[in-house]
Design a protein around this ligand. Structure first.
Ligand code: 3PY
Ligand code: MG
Length: 254
């Protein structure tokens, strides 16, 4: 756990984060050693499993970086378990109702804000905090991002932001583009998504909460950073591996 992660999101924004789905935890550990501000483990669409994610959290912490985890849809118990292991934040996909947001928050925060259950053994080891201090500080140290990536979520974004224990929203531009086009296409940097994310960002700022978004490339990350997002994730471990392989082959072949 990195005690200053929420503070850094506000002070050093935009944080640029790596996005990892490969099953071997050492991939996330390796990317944590690059100049990323944090590393996301994608348990929704990536092939990294729970055990590998626990190991990755430790490897990322060993590089003195915050680890975030995107949980599978609705799997809020896994959010608590990853916080127990020392993850600094959790991204919950497809938060489409106020009830989804409340349930997610309840698994993320200790009482009275939520109903997180005690057992943060990995987080205690990584943070060096004693149990009483961790209990008092954890709700402010860990970050809960509700993903806004459907029309339903956009329509109730103010209500999602008003849920105690929801620290911010994470925009999923790909699913949003599918939703906004009625399933006609995938256009995460298209005009319709652009309008929606500008609106969402303005609502997040008005609520004084955190805004994060997924960027499909480094170039897109520059555009999104300029808009004022607190955190932008760039590409994936797989896309970076492919780009590196293609660049090396192109150089070798002249
Ligand atoms: C989306 O764009 O839909 C995401 O979930 C980010 O990968
Ligand atoms: Mg999505």
């Amino acid at each position: 756990i990195n005690p200053s992660f929420p503070d850094r999101l506000r002070a050093d924004a935009p944080l640029l984060v790596a996005w990892c789905g490969m099953p071997d935890p050492s991939v996330a550990g390796l990317l944590a050693r690059e100049a990323f501000d944090a590393v996301v483990l994608d348990m929704q669409h990536g092939s990294i499993d729970f055990t590998a994610s626990l190991q990755a959290v430790q490897l990322i912490a060993a590089a003195a970086k915050p680890a975030l985890v995107r949980i599978p849809v609705g799997d809020f118990a896994t959010a608590s378990r990853l916080l127990d292991a020392g993850a600094a934040g959790v991204i919950a996909p497809m938060i489409n109702t106020i009830e989804d947001a409340r349930r997610f928050a309840s698994f993320m925060k200790f009482p009275p804000m939520g109903e997180r259950s005690w057992g943060a053994y990995g987080a205690l080891t990584l943070s060096g905090l004693d149990p009483g201090d961790y209990l008092q500080q954890a709700n402010g140290l860990t970050v809960s991002f509700a993903m806004v990536e459907t029309r339903e979520a956009l329509n109730i974004i103010d209500d999602i932001l008003a849920v105690p224990g929801i620290d911010g929203v994470f925009i999923g531009p790909s699913d949003l583009s599918i939703a906004l086009s009625g399933g006609r296409g995938l256009d995460p940097a298209g005009a319709e998504v652009e309008k929606a994310l500008d609106h969402a960002l303005a609502r997040v700022k008005a609520a004084g909460k955190l805004a994060a978004i997924y960027a499909v490339s480094g170039a897109r990350a520059v555009e999104l950073s300029r808009k004022g997002f607190h955190m932008v994730s760039i590409g994936t471990d797989i896309s970076m591996l492919k780009a590196g392989a293609q660049a090396a082959l192109a150089a070798a072949r002249g």
